[in-house]
Write a protein that binds this ligand. Sequence first.
Ligand code: GMT
Length: 375
Amino acid sequence: MLKIGITCYPSVGGSGIVATELGKMLARKGHEVHFITSSVPFRLEEFHPNIYFHEVEMNHYPVFQYPPYDLTLATKMAEVIDAEKLDILHAHYAMPHAICALLAKDMAAHQVKVVTTLHGTDITVLGIDLSLKKIIQYAIEKSDAVTAVSNSLVQQTKEMVGVNKDIHVVYNFINEKDYYKKINQKIKEKYNVQEDEKILIHISNFRKVKRLQDVVHVFHQVQEHVQSRLLLIGDGPECKKTQELVQELGLQEKVLFLGKQKNIPELLSIADIKLLLSEKESFGLVLLEAMACGVVCIGTNVGGIPEVIVDGETGYIEELGDIQAIAHRVIQLFNNDTVRQTMSQASIDRVKQHFSSDEIRRQYEDVYYSVLGEK
Ligand code: GMT
C-alpha cells in the first residue's frame, strides 16, 4: 500500500471534485492519503481512518504585497513528505501545484515521486500567457509522470506549451453512489414546473468560457416551439449579464436562476436535456454527472467534449456558437420521447462502461506504481 499526498483546489470545481473523490477511493482501497490544501476539500465530508488533512496556513505579514502562498504550500509539502514518508505527491494542476511539488521534492530528505494531472485551465488559459509558458513547461517536463483528463488536452498541451513529455490520458469519473437518477417530484412542484413542460439545464461556474449567452439564446428559440423551462445552476462572473439578457428577451418567467446548489443529482434527474456550449473545456465533468442521471447532453465541438458525448448516440455535438443547430436538436429531442429515452439509457451505459470510478482509480494506481518502478 502507498502513502499518497494530494494537492488540489479544495473549492467547488471539477478538478477539486475529481482529486477528492480519487483520494477517498484510494483510502478505501487501503492506501494512506494525505490532502495538502488550503482548506478541507468540500467533498471530503466522510471520515476515513486512512485520510489525513494538512492545512496550508498563511501568515499575512504586512511587508508582503502578495502573500507567498506557493512557497508556503511547497514548504508544507516538504514537511509532509518527510514526516509521513510519502511515496507519491499527486499535484492537480501544473500551476502552481506541480511547481510547488517539485520544489518540495528537492527540499525534502525523503525520496518522493511527483505525479501531475493537467485539468485544462492551466494549459488552455495560462499556457498561452507567455509569462507562464516556461514554468508550465518546466512543471510538465520535471514531473515523474503527467496525466491529462482527455486526448484533446494532451494534444493542446503539446501544441501550446511545446513539451515532448509522454502524457497519459486518464479520464475523469463520478462517484456512482451519488450520481444516479433520483426522482423527487417535490422539486418540480417547488419550481412550479407543469407536467407537460420539458426542462433544459445548464450547470457551471458562469465564467465567460461557458458561453451562458448562447445557452439563453438557444432556449429563446426552443421555448417558441416547445413548452419548456431553463434551469441555470451555479454562479460566477457572467451571472449578471445572463440575467440581463433573460430580461431583455422577456424570459424571466421561464428561466430559473438557482445559484450554487448541493442536490445536483436530484436537479439533474428532473431535466431532459443538458447544454454545455463552452468555447474551452478539457473534459466537462458536468456532462458525466448529467449522463449518469440519464440526462441527454448537447455540447460544442470543443476540447474534450466530443470524447464524453458520442454524437448521435448519447447526445449531440454541434459547432461552437451555432445557436440555430443547437436549438434545432433540442426541439427535435423534446418532441421525440423514444429517441430521448434511448439516448438517456445510452448515456447511463456509457458512463458505466467508460468512466467507471474503479477503473479510473486503477489507472491512477498504475501510474503511481510505474513511477515507483513497481510495474
Ligand atoms: O473551468 C472550470 O470549469 C473549472 C476547472 C476546474 O478546475 O475544475 O475545470 C477544468 O477541470 C475539470 C476537471 O478535470 C474539467 O472537467 C473541465 O473541463 C476543465 N475546464 C476547462 O478546461 C475550461
